[in-house]
Write a protein that binds this ligand. Structure first.
Ligand SMILES: Nc1ncnc2c1ncn2[C@@H]1O[C@H](COP(=O)(O)OP(=O)(O)OP(=O)(O)O)[C@@H](O)[C@H]1O
Ligand SMILES: [Mg+2]
Length: 382
């Protein structure tokens, strides 16, 4: 190598260099928006188009004050980068307001752009969509609640189960003493039944705090979902709820615990049906519709450190029921939170736990009075 080549500075972008830069900007998943020194947009990459729901053609040459109208923090960031020549970042609860879409949690970084000779020549702002991260945080928060509950439950449940055993034994003895003909048998039967109910709730709770680890086998998702729908259709026949299955037949068996998945989807499908019974938003002869669909997701996930990436299967359970109020969204996973007179409020907490144990993700989208969709993403193999 000739000596003068050793300390060479990186070459200024040649034609192929700038083509490379352009390609990176086209493909990067961060919104990159550049402004000239007058504050007008000179670059609006495809991720910016997707995030802001505006086309680059529309935006080029617009002023940043129009782009971020009424968004104090973003205006401030660009101003600092443009006028003071400083880079600045903000990731504290920043939401990007969009005219035709919901506000989006973002992280923003603004920096001045310097021309070759060292003079400032505008600024750039980079926005990162944090919605997926926020969802993950939500999942972690829910998991935290469960682990606190687990410790509490293990101790408490043990203490309650013992005296319960005593009460049930005594009720059974009493029943024997009274003899089958006694009119008081109704009462002893109620005592025994109710004790068994408490026992069941306690066991559910113990399960939640200290669940058995999944026993992994090859599981046919379509079969499980088909069976549950069959059962639910019968169980709520009188209510005229329409159940629709949209299964992708090409999904291979997934590695999971079949019993736990049955429990998971039964909880979610029961909730969907109950949300419909709970609304008076009825349209035609059917009081509402529950749709269960499966598909292979386009993304891969690494489910364990160092593990190989697995394709994910999305199972969506949608209903046209009462929906969930935004202020309740965070509480519905809390054990014992229920809005139903006969609910235990454990269904979703248990479902969340089962999904986590399978290295999956659970996502909810809901609009009050319109309905709810729950999307469970499970890896094809663990
Ligand atoms: N599909 C849904 N549509 C509307 N609200 C829902 C839906 N799923 C859950 N919820 C709300 O979340 C709450 C908690 O649900 P969860 O399944 O944990 O308990 P539950 O259904 O009330 O009782 P359980 O499942 O023990 O019978 C429900 O009471 C309901 O308010
Ligand atoms: Mg439920």
């Amino acid at each position: 190598m000739p000596p003068e080549a050793v300390n060479q500075k990186p070459a200024a972008p040649t034609n192929s260099g700038s083509a490379l830069y352009a390609m990176i900007l086209e493909n990067i998943d961060r919104a990159v928006i550049a402004f000239n020194q007058a504050g007008r947009i000179t670059l609006f990459n495809p991720a910016a188009e997707a995030l802001m729901k505006r086309s680059s053609r529309q935006m080029i040459d617009q002023h940043y004050q129009g782009l971020f109208k009424d968004q104090k923090t973003l205006l401030y960031l660009v101003k600092v980068a443009l006028e003071e020549g400083r880079s600045i970042t903000d990731d504290e609860g920043l939401y990007l307001q969009r005219s035709d879409a919901a506000p989006l949690p973002v992280n923003a970084y603004a920096a001045p752009i310097f021309a070759n000779v060292g003079n400032q020549d505008g600024a750039v702002i980079i926005l990162r969509d944090l919605s997926q991260i926020k969802e993950l945080e939500g999942t972690l928060r829910r998991a935290d609640k469960l682990s606190i509950l687990g410790t509490l439950a293990a101790g408490l449940a043990h203490e309650i189960k013992n005296p319960l055993g005593g009460i049930k034994g005594a009720a059974q003895l009493l029943s024997m003493e009274l003899g089958e003909e006694s009119g008081l048998q109704d009462y002893t039967q109620i005592m025994i039944k109710e004790v068994e109910r408490i026992n069941f709730i306690i066991e559910e709770l113990m399960d939640l705090g200290n669940p058995r680890s999944p026993e992994i086998d090859n599981v046919d998702l379509s079969q499980i979902l088909g069976d549950i729908i069959l059962l639910q259709r019968e169980a709520v026949r009188s209510q005229n709820i329409k159940f629709t299955l949209k299964l992708d037949p090409s999904i291979p068996p997934i590695q999971a615990d079949g019993d736990l998945l049955t429990r998971l989807f039964l909880n979610l499908i029961k909730n969907a049906g109950e949300a419909i019974s709970n609304t008076d938003n009825h349209t035609d002869s059917h009081t509402g519709e529950v749709t269960v669909g499966t598909r292979i997701a386009s993304n891969y996930h690494i489910t364990s450190p160092g593990g190989r990436p697995s394709p994910m299967v999305d199972i969506t359970i949608s209903d046209t029921g009462c929906g969930i109020a935004p202020e309740e969204m965070d509480r519905i996973f809390t054990p014992y939170f229920t809005t139903k007179s006969k609910g235990s409020g454990l269904g979703l907490a248990i479902s969340q736990k089962i999904v986590e144990d399978h290295h999956g993700l659970l996502k909810i989208e809901s609009s009050p009075k319109k309905g709810t969709s729950i999307i469970v993403s499970l890896p094809l193999h663990c």
